[in-house]
Design a protein around this ligand. Structure first.
Ligand code: NAG
Ligand code: NAG
Ligand code: NAG
Ligand code: NAG
Ligand code: NAG
Ligand code: NAG
Ligand code: NAG
Length: 329
C-alpha cells in the first residue's frame, strides 16, 4: 500500500468519486419511478405483444421519423447559401406538430405511446432526434423570421420586415446580375453607382431588422446580408460600405471638435481680458499708493488667467503677483 498510494493518479480518484454523480444508478434502482410500458396483459398476448409498442404508437413514431428526416434533408440541402429558416419552416412546423401528437397519443389499451419510447434507455433515440431539430432551429434563431399566432403557434408566414428584406435582396441581386451579364470588364465604379441605391436600401432594411431583434436576427437574413456585403466589396470592389457605426462617428466628431471649442473660448476670453487687464493696470497704479491689496490680487488673477490660456493649461493660478509684475515691466 505504501508503494501504491503515490502511484494512484489524482484523476483516478476524481473519477471514482465523480462516477456515481453522473450515472443513473439511483433511477434504475427505483423501478416504481420509471414510467412503465407494460400495460395490463390481455388473454392470448405473447411477450412480443407485451414489450412492443402497439401499431398505433408505431405509426405515430414512424411519422416523427419521417418528419425529422424531411427536416434534416431540407436543412442539409439548404446549408449554403443558408436558407434554413425560409425554406424549412414547413418541415419544422410539421415536426413540432407530429411530436405534440405523439406526446398526447394513447394506444388501444390506454397506454400513452410516449411510455414506449421515452426515458427507457440511455440512448433516447426519439427525444434526441427531436432535440436535434429544436436545437438547430433555435441556433438559427429562425423563430424571429416568422409571425406567431396569438396563442404562440409558429406560422410559415415571414414577418413584414423580412419580406421586405428579401425583396430588397432580390432587387440588389438582379442589379448585380445585370452587371455580371453585361460584361465582366465593365465591373467598375459604374456598377457600384448603378446598384448603390438598391444596396443601400437593403442595408438599411437589415439595420432596421437588427434594431428590432438585436442578437436574434434569423440566420438566413444575417447570412444573406453577409454574402451581399462580400459581393459588394470583394467581387465588385465597391467602396466598403459605411458600416453604421453612427455613434462612433459622433464620438470622433466630438473629440475632434473639443480642441476647436477650447481654442475658440481661449481666444474670446483672452481678447476680452486683455482689454480688462489694460484698464486694471491703470487702476492698480491708482490704488497702489493706498495699498489696497485685494484689488492688486484681483488684477494679478486676471493676468495670470491670460497667460495661462496663451501658454499652458496646467499653469497654476496662484502666485498672481509674479505674473502681474512680468506684465507690468
Ligand atoms: C422511488 O419512487 C417513489 C415514487 O416516485 C418515491 O416515493 C420514492 O421515494 C423513490 N425511492 C427512491 C429510493 O428514490
Ligand atoms: C416527408 O416528405 C415526403 C416526401 O415529400 C412526404 O411524402 C411525407 O409526407 C413527409 N413526411 C411528413 C411527416 O410530413
Ligand atoms: C393556435 O391557434 C390556431 C388557430 O388560431 C390553432 O389552429 C392552433 O391549433 C392553436 N395552437 C395551440 C397550441 O393551441
Ligand atoms: C400571411 O400574412 C398576411 C398578412 O401580411 C396574410 O394576409 C396571409 O393570410 C398570411 N398567410 C398565412 C398563410 O397565414
Ligand atoms: C461592356 O460594357 C460596356 C458598357 O456597359 C459596353 O460599352 C461594352 O461594349 C461592353 N463590352 C462587351 C464586350 O460586352
Ligand atoms: C467603367 O466601365 C465603363 C464601361 O466599361 C466605362 O465606360 C467607364 O469609363 C468605366 N469607369 C471607370 C471609372 O473605370
Ligand atoms: C460572413 O462571412 C464570412 C466568410 O464568408 C465569415 O467569416 C463571417 O463569420 C460571416 N459573418 C457573419 C456575421 O455571418
Amino acid at each position: 500500500m505504501k508503494l501504491l498510494i503515490p502511484h494512484v493518479p489524482v484523476w483516478c480518484i476524481v473519477m471514482i468519486w465523480a462516477i456515481p454523480a453522473h450515472s443513473k444508478l439511483e433511477d434504475d434502482n427505483n423501478a416504481s419511478a420509471k414510467p412503465s410500458f407494460l400495460g395490463d396483459v390481455a388473454i392470448g398476448e405473447t411477450i412480443d405483444d407485451i414489450i412492443s409498442p402497439s401499431d398505433v404508437c408505431k405509426e405515430i413514431v414512424a411519422l416523427i421519423g419521417s418528419a425529422i428526416s424531411n427536416f434534416t434533408l431540407c436543412s442539409v440541402t439548404n446549408a449554403r447559401p443558408i436558407h434554413l429558416c425560409e425554406w424549412c419552416v414547413e418541415n419544422y412546423i410539421k415536426v413540432v406538430e407530429v411530436h405534440r401528437d405523439f406526446l398526447a397519443k394513447v394506444d388501444e389499451a390506454g397506454n400513452p405511446c410516449k411510455e414506449y419510447f421515452l426515458n427507457l434507455d440511455r440512448v433516447e433515440i426519439v427525444s434526441d432526434a427531436y432535440k436535434y431539430v429544436e436545437d438547430l432551429w433555435a441556433k438559427g434563431k429562425c423563430n424571429s423570421c416568422f409571425r406567431t399566432l396569438p396563442n404562440g403557434t409558429l406560422t410559415n408566414n415571414a414577418t413584414e420586415e423580412v419580406r421586405q428584406f428579401v425583396t430588397d435582396y432580390e432587387r440588389t441581386k438582379g442589379c448585380f446580375d445585370d452587371w455580371l451579364n453585361a460584361n465582366i470588364t465593365g465591373l467598375n465604379l459604374t456598377a457600384c453607382d448603378a446598384c448603390k441605391p438598391l444596396y443601400d436600401q437593403m442595408n438599411n432594411k437589415y439595420m432596421e431588422i437588427g434594431e428590432l431583434y438585436g442578437e436574434n436576427v434569423c440566420v438566413d437574413v444575417v447570412d444573406t446580408m453577409n454574402i451581399t456585403r462580400e459581393l459588394w466589396s470583394e467581387l465588385f470592389q465597391c467602396v466598403p460600405e459605411r458600416k453604421v457605426e453612427f455613434w462612433l462617428h459622433i464620438g470622433f466628431g466630438i473629440i475632434a471638435i473639443i480642441p476647436l471649442i477650447f481654442y475658440f473660448f481661449a481666444y474670446v476670453l483672452s481678447t476680452k481680458q486683455e482689454a480688462r487687464v489694460l484698464q486694471q493696470h491703470r487702476l492698480a497704479e491708482v490704488f497702489a499708493n493706498t495699498s489696497a491689496s485685494g484689488m492688486s490680487d484681483l488684477s494679478g488673477y486676471h493676468s495670470s488667467r491670460l497667460q495661462e490660456s496663451t501658454r499652458s493649461r496646467s499653469m497654476p493660478t496662484t502666485e498672481p503677483s509674479d505674473n502681474c509684475d512680468n506684465r507690468v515691466t
